[in-house]
Write a protein that binds this ligand. Sequence first.
Ligand code: RB5
Length: 150
Amino acid sequence: MKIAIGNDHGGVELKRHLVEYLTGKGYEVIDLGAQTTESCNYPVFGQKVGQAVVAGEADYGVLICGTGIGISIAANKVDGVRCALCSEPVSARLAREHNNANIVAMGARTIGPVMAEGILDVFLNTGFQGGRHATRVGMFERIEKGEQLD
Ligand code: RB5
């Protein structure tokens, strides 16, 4: 399975840890940066990872900034992205089961590396439940197309 990963300056250290963790588990990791702690703009990396996932270059995406908030907002501006900001594994499970999230975002300033590993383990190993959730997830695409839902 291929994972695209991206981060800003605040997420470099946690990103490096997670690249090693995921590679050790046999995932192919595409690291789209940033690679240094020099101040940079998180939307750049949210967009890059979002585009890689939507294009099918990666099965899932992982995004990290200080809080995970800015980079998840940026990723969700890319049509086809369903990015969930998670700070614990229950949200990661439900993001996959109910929302069919294709990217998980995390905050390097809000969670530690062991929690991040737990979130990834759950996110990458949980399937979408479909059914009533598929109807709702389908509405995301309709919003992207400019349709008024109700
Ligand atoms: C960068 O200082 C910080 O704003 C960023 O990492 C993130 O927390 C934004 O949401």
